[in-house]
Design a protein around this ligand. Structure first.
Ligand code: NAG
Ligand code: NAG
Ligand code: NAG
Ligand code: NAG
Ligand code: NAG
Ligand code: NAG
Ligand code: NAG
Ligand code: NAG
Ligand code: NAG
Ligand code: NAG
Ligand code: NAG
Ligand code: NAG
Length: 791
């Protein structure tokens, strides 16, 4: 895919791509981006709406078959269509009718609505954002827009917002939630300082940022200075000032914890005599200060501005400069070849704060940092995304990383008129939206590896920004119904011209084949909360910022609205050597939740997988797409499969292959392992279910739901057993005790050394008259889309 959205992103942030009709690619799930609009002069822009109306008219009129064909609709018909489209949008309201309370997933009505549930698109006939009057011909990071705010929400957007709220049900609902949230925070005391072993002061830093965003938003929507005073209270508090501040207990020379606790306790720097400048807590507080300074700029007195600057420079930007430049400290390790969320968060916080104070900064640090952070993020943060879109840390760290990346790109764009290629330096970055969509199961994430600290301000709302920046409207259509969508950023990142349903035309399956992760997502529906979902991975065991597990072959399984095979998540980040390294001997791999034993895969010789594993993968999909309706039943031959040769992950094995596939119109799952090993073999799966195992079958129950599991063509001696989710007695003792895994049972098949074809069939008890099939036995090398067809 060769395109460079950047020129247009820079100058016409919310008007990109409207002049060409995007083509939805049903096999990739991506919309082929239209050619970027050149930087247009004012008089050319006037001409665009007419062309846009013609396209919109064609879409609204339901002429979907051949969207590339030119339309001859008259202008009158087009405006009528535009008006009806705008009122239809208000009448439709928010698509999701509720949020599931256990998994926090949106619940869609079971209905067909061919007028609304259409191909994702930006419908220019509906009211949208005006274009940014600030469009410098030669942008520079040190040359900021003349008006305030600079960060994410420029004045022209605040002016346009009330009218857009009135005409958009999503903006209206988020606006109301943000007001409600601000009132709730208002009633609480200023954020109480808490040094948490696992995450330093990251949680409280993010709470300060969350409040500043909400208070700033409500002030600007009401002009009620109560919110300015309340913001000031939080800023003073986080500086350790005032008699009541609980932050005064933090060291006066490093109140924002520039040396993150994890560096020493969790093991990054065990044995190092140098001081580390980890800065993630610093970065989040710097961002909060930057937003407060910028959004309420005209409201602060000169004394208040000076006080904010002094604190920000001392605790934020000062350590930031040190982290980049001082070789006497362990300069921010996150700045050196660290392709992960930490790099995004640190560079972003320092960038937002620097942009906010540029021109007022007595220290010169803002100038200095802007000369460093943008290039550093382009080299590191941007490459946390593999060329298939996978966030190479984990599905969970995607939230932190993309929030930092999107905030940084958006702030640079609004403050200076360019993102300096941060959005495009990795040409595959845009695919990370699909990574999140496919990584989201029918219940929860395919949450392999570590799951990290609380999210607070780290949401999935980067998708609203990326939808527009990369012309992938399905990203925003997916995110706008999620529980975390009500966020001040969403008010400015959301393009209200979006229309359609994300699931319309969305392939059910997607294989991610970069060798770093190699994983696949398969499901029976995008909108049925009871859908079948399988996620499975192979991938290398190094190159994940030490956030992964030894988990080649690991899988999760959802059906009937619950998770049957799941992950244990992160261990205690404070456990000694938890993050020491990812070599074979690392103590990280002695912790149950990180070792192979703690994964839903094969354990050979009661020994961890080989960290140098280089598995391979193959996959197939019927390319089934969900149509317009939320009510969808795949055809009986609709299927997907994933096969990995994971021999290289094991010691003392000649061959180890694992395959998984959907059967019977995506109602059943077959997991097949072909093993030739000279060591003991153990098949393991972790489940929250109550398990009743007998011989070659097991019945799993969660509440009133049942899953039958059986071993097909069982090799001699292959029977189910269960155990608690605890280390084997033969394991080495880790440096600190494991966490308990309450309620989790391990379903196990144990076999001696030998050659086996082990087939396990999962039959969720749908209770809808589904009759189950018994699949034929087919060698993994012969698996194809039709190899298991019935009849
Ligand atoms: C935003 O929400 C608040 C609280 O519900 C409401 O008072 C206000 O009118 C809303 N703003 C707009 C522009 O509708
Ligand atoms: C924000 O408001 C929404 C809805 O009004 C609510 O569900 C959510 O819990 C609130 N979030 C916080 C952090 O208070
Ligand atoms: C707040 O003040 C601004 C600037 O004077 C004005 O444009 C805006 O309409 C005011 N908003 C409200 C809700 O009063
Ligand atoms: C906090 O107090 C210090 C020391 O008096 C002062 O330098 C700083 O500006 C104050 N910061 C804020 C935000 O009030
Ligand atoms: C570099 O860091 C060391 C150790 O914290 C400090 O003593 C020194 O003053 C710093 N150098 C500069 C130039 O800031
Ligand atoms: C995986 O993606 C990264 C980009 O993040 C790329 O550098 C690497 O070459 C890709 N690996 C393969 C095997 O394509
Ligand atoms: C147990 O359920 C929770 C969600 O309710 C899920 O996150 C976790 O992965 C499940 N654990 C297992 C082992 O299935
Ligand atoms: C990896 O970490 C372990 C402790 O978990 C340590 O003993 C070993 O020396 C480290 N290896 C390398 C190469 O740093
Ligand atoms: C699915 O789509 C892929 C990519 O376009 C294609 O290579 C493959 O042949 C398709 N498979 C089927 C069964 O249509
Ligand atoms: C492989 O098998 C040999 C012989 O049984 C044994 O000594 C060795 O520990 C095994 N290696 C691993 C990594 O399990
Ligand atoms: C299993 O591997 C061993 C050692 O490579 C080999 O001798 C044997 O033929 C293999 N067995 C089968 C059934 O492939
Ligand atoms: C599922 O398991 C239960 C309990 O063992 C059994 O009664 C039932 O017949 C099984 N259903 C199917 C379809 O195999």
């Amino acid at each position: 895919m060769s395109y460079n959205p950047l020129q247009s992103v820079n100058h016409q942030h919310h008007q990109i791509y409207q002049n060409e009709d995007p083509a939805f690619n049903q096999s990739t799930g991506f919309i082929t981006p239209a050619k970027p609009a050149k930087h247009t002069s004012k008089w050319i822009k006037i001409g665009i709406p007419v062309a846009v109306l013609v396209i919109a008219g064609a879409v609204v009129g339901g002429i979907l078959g051949s969207r590339k064909s030119s339309s001859s609709s008259s202008a009158a018909a087009s405006s009528a269509a535009a008006a009806s489209s705008a009122s239809a949008k208000i009448a439709a309201g928010v698509f999701a009718t509720a949020t599931n309370s256990e998994y926090m997933i949106p619940i869609y009505p079971s209905t067909t609505n061919t007028a609304l549930y259409t191909t994702p698109t930006f419908n220019s006939a509906v009211a949208g954002w005006p274009s940014d009057p600030f469009a410098p011909a030669t942008p520079s990071v040190l040359s900021v827009r003349p008006d305030r705010p600079r960060l994410i929400a420029p004045a022209y957007k605040w002016e346009a917002l009330p009218a857009l709220i009135a005409s958009d049900p999503y903006l209206a609902s988020w606006n109301a939630s943000i007001f409600n949230n601000a009132s709730q925070y208002d009633a609480l005391p200023a954020v109480v300082y808490f040094m948490d072993g696992d995450s330093g002061i990251l949680d409280v830093a993010r709470q300060v940022k969350q409040r500043v965003k909400a208070f700033g938003y409500v002030y600007r929507m009401t002009n009620n200075t109560h919110w300015v005073d309340r913001t000031w209270e939080e800023l003073q508090n986080a500086a350790g000032n005032g008699t009541a501040s609980t932050w005064a207990q933090a060291p006066a020379d490093d109140r924002w914890n520039s040396a993150h606790f994890l560096d020493t306790a969790g093991g990054y720097l065990l044995g190092s005599s140098k001081r580390s400048l980890a800065l993630r807590d610093v970065a989040e507080l710097s961002a909060a200060y930057g937003i407060a300074y910028d959004w309420l700029y005209d409201l602060w007195t000169d004394d208040q501005k000076a006080a904010i600057l002094a604190t920000l420079i001392q605790y934020g930007l000062g350590p930031g400069v040190q982290a980049f430049t001082n070789s006497s400290v362990f300069t921010g390790w996150w700045a050196n070849n660290i392709e992960g969320n930490w790099n995004c968060v640190c560079n972003n916080g320092l960038t937002m704060a620097s942009l906010a104070i540029l021109g007022d900064d007595p220290s010169g640090f803002a100038n200095q940092l802007l000369g460093l952070t943008v290039n550093n993020a382009k080299e590191n943060c941007a490459f946390a995304v593999s060329d298939d879109g996978t966030w190479s840390e984990t599905n969970d760290y995607w939230y932190f990383g993309t929030t930092g990346h999107a905030e940084m790109a958006a702030s640079l764009l609004t403050a200076t008129g360019s993102d300096y290629d941060l959005l495009t330096v990795n040409p595959n970055f845009y695919k990370t939206g699909l990574f999140h969509m496919y990584g989201s199961g029918a219940t929860t994430l395919f949450q392999w590896g570590d799951n990290g600290p609380n999210k607070y301000t780290s949401t999935a709302n980067s998708l609203l920004f990326y939808a527009n920046a990369y012309n992938q409207p399905q990203f925003a259509l997916f995110q706008r119904d999620q529980y975390d969508a009500a966020d001040p950023w969403s008010m400015f990142w959301y393009n209200p011209q979006i229309s359609g349903a994300f699931w319309d035309g969305m392939p059910l399956d997607h294989a991610f084949d970069n060798s770093t992760d190699q994983w696949m997502s398969m499901r029976s529906s995008w909108t049925d909360p009871n859908a079948l979902y399988v996620g499975i991975k192979a991938g290398t065991l190094q190159g994940h910022q030490t956030h992964n597990d030894l988990d080649v072959g690991d899988f999760v399984l959802d059906a009937l609205g619950t998770r049957w095979a799941g992950e244990l998540g992160d261990g205690d980040y404070l456990s000694p050597y938890y993050f020491s390294n990812d070599t074979q001997g690392s103590a990280r791999w002695m912790y149950y939740r990180k070792m192979t034993e703690g994964q839903n895969t094969l354990l050979l010789g009661a020994t961890n997988q080989d960290v140098t594993a280089k598995p391979t993968m193959q996959s197939g999909t019927s390319n089934t797409t969900q149509g317009s309706s939320t009510v969808f039943t795949p055809g009986s031959d609709s299927t997907a499969f994933f096969v990995t040769d994971m021999t290289s992950a094991y010691f003392n094995a000649t061959s180890v292959k694992r395959g998984i596939r959907l059967l019977n119109g995506r109602k059943q799952v077959l997991l097949q392992d072909e093993i030739n090993a000279s060591t003991s073999i153990m098949w393991r799966m972790h489940t929250n279910a109550t398990v009743s195992a007998s011989g070659t079958s097991a019945t799993l129950t969660i509440e009133d739901k049942t899953m039958n599991v059986s071993i097909l063509n069982a090799p001699a001696g292959a029977t189910f057993a269960t155990s608690a989710a605890k280390r084997l007695s033969t394991d080495v003792t880790p440096p600190a005790p494991d966490q308990d895994n309450p309620g989790v049972t391990v379903l196990i098949i144990s076999l001696p050394a030998g050659t086996y074809n082990l087939q396990v069939l999962f039959n969720p008890q749908w209770n809808d008259g589904t009759s189950f099939v018994t699949p034929p036995s087919v060698a993994l090398d012969n698996w194809s889309l039709t190899s298991h067809n019935s009849s």
